[in-house]
Write a protein that binds this ligand. Structure first.
Ligand SMILES: Cc1cc2nc3c(=O)[nH]c(=O)nc-3n(C[C@H](O)[C@H](O)[C@H](O)COP(=O)(O)OP(=O)(O)OC[C@H]3O[C@@H](n4cnc5c(N)ncnc54)[C@H](O)[C@@H]3O)c2cc1C
Length: 394
């Protein structure tokens, strides 16, 4: 990335507000499409708000074809990163130990088989269904209670902060950090006047990629975006020898609690963002019950339910942890908003729920194609009819 100290330029063809993974993907693909983006970031460094709180997991196991396509294209970028971007792919630390959804319920097992059949019909024929015994043979840490599992070996993990930095660097877009956008006004002659705490900048077009703050920014121009914000937490167990280092993302399909190997231990997360909608904040309060909910084996949803070693570690007092907290930015149908708002020249790329790392690299390409008229429409238009969904936050 070309990090720029000091004065903002007077004007830019395209200003991208936000340097999380979504702003970075937007910068990369708009630059690749021949535009000259300038990125403005409120915090002192890119990837400093939601993006680094993520656990960096990616998968091609979705309950709908549209997001499957987004993730497919994004994963192709992770795997062919050097060829596509010209940047070293090493820092991305891509690993593919897979994603395993395990259930102790026969009803859920039937749902897993039905979903896998749909996923196969979308061309994702590498998704396997396993009996409990087959699953335990491959993943011996699973509980005897597990009766069935769905698994794809090619799913995995990427470093979210490195992905953001590498995309920004590959874009060659000037990046202004500690540069908070405080006002937005349409110019009578077209384009926008953007006020920042480093002074004004004019823009022919603007992309809002401000994560949880996206709706607030759009509201500066009277635009109402269908985005909600909810807290989401990640328990970091930095050191636990019992965690099999090559284990896949292991999800309790009955509760949504999931863990993955990370550092010398694991990340443990629960099902979905809880509680009422929140105001966007930079310092997200931690839920004091979160770690107990997923680590204490006496709790209904604990990770020990399908992976008993977690219970053993708890009982022996082997666990130490911290909790990282961020915010999900979500639309009513839990799919992103990618496209032009009702104000000409003001675009949005946001609302990825729990899928921003695995889907926004393709979302940035779609937005760049829309801005340059290579693409007329997409399933992620801000003007679509939203059908409410509650599942698939993981
Ligand atoms: C606990 C947790 C786990 C997750 N796990 C995964 C996962 O495994 N896989 C996955 O794909 N996704 C995951 N996600 C979701 C993923 O993290 C998000 O979808 C993604 O990071 C959103 O990126 P973003 O760029 O939209 O937002 P952000 O990373 O929040 O970036 C927005 C940027 O805009 C800046 N900004 C805001 N307002 C202004 C302003 N006025 N002026 C200038 N800049 C501004 C902010 O400072 C920020 O840097 C997880 C999320 C959480 C919270």
């Amino acid at each position: 990335m070309s990090k720029v100290e000091g004065v903002l330029p007077a004007g830019a063809e395209l200003v991208i507000i936000g340097a999380g993974v979504v702003g970075a993907a937007t910068a990369f693909w708009t630059a690749r499409a021949g535009l000259s983006p300038v990125v403005l970031e409120a915090l002192p460094a890119p990837a400093s708000l939601t993006t680094p709180v993520s656990t960096g997991a990616f998968r091609l196991q979705f309950d709908n074809l549209e997001e499957t396509r987004l993730a497919r294209e994004s994963v192709r970028l992770f795997l062919d990163f050097s060829e596509i971007t010209g940047e070293d792919s090493g820092p991305l630390a891509v690993r593919q130990p897979g994603y395993l959804w395990a259930t102790t319920s026969e009803d859920r097992a039937e749902e897993q088989r039905r979903l896998a059949a749909r996923q196969h019909s979308w061309g994702q024929t590498d998704i396997e269904t396993l009996t409990g015994d087959e699953a335990r043979r491959r993943f011996p840490y699973l509980s005897p209670e597990v009766v069935h599992a769905r698994y794809r070996a090619g799913d995995g993990f990427v470093d979210p902060r490195a992905l953001t930095s590498c995309l920004l660097r590959a874009s060659k877009a000037p990046l202004h950090t500690s540069c908070r956008v405080v006002s937005l006004r349409e110019r009578p002659s077209g384009g926008f006047d953007i006020g920042t705490d480093q002074g004004p900048i004019r823009a022919e077009q603007v992309v809002i990629a401000a994560g949880p703050f996206s709706a607030k920014l759009a509201a500066l121009l009277g635009e109402e975006l269908p985005l909600q914000v909810r807290p989401r937490h990640k328990v970091v167990v930095p050191d636990l020898a019992r965690v099999p280092p090559d284990a896949p993302m292991t999800i309790d399909d009955d509760t949504g609690v999931h863990w993955r190997p990370a550092l010398s231990g694991a990340h443990v997360l629960d099902a979905a963002p809880r509680g009422p909608d929140a105001e966007p904040v930079e310092d997200v309060p931690t839920d004091p019950d979160m770690a107990f909910r997923v680590l204490d084996p006496s709790r209904r949803e604990a990770a020990a339910r399908i992976s008993p070693f977690w219970g053993e570690a708890w009982r022996r007092g082997e666990l130490s942890w911290t909790v990282d907290s961020g915010q999900y930015t979500m639309t009513p149908d839990r799919r992103p908003l990618i496209g032009q708002t009702s104000i000409e020249g003001m675009w949005v790329n946001s609302g990825y729920s729990g899928h921003g790392i695995m889907c926004s690299p393709a979302g940035g390409r779609i937005l760049a194609d829309l801005i340059t008229s290579r693409l007329e429409d997409s399933p992620f238009s801000p003007h679509r009819t939203f059908v409410k969904r509650i599942s698939d936050h993981i």
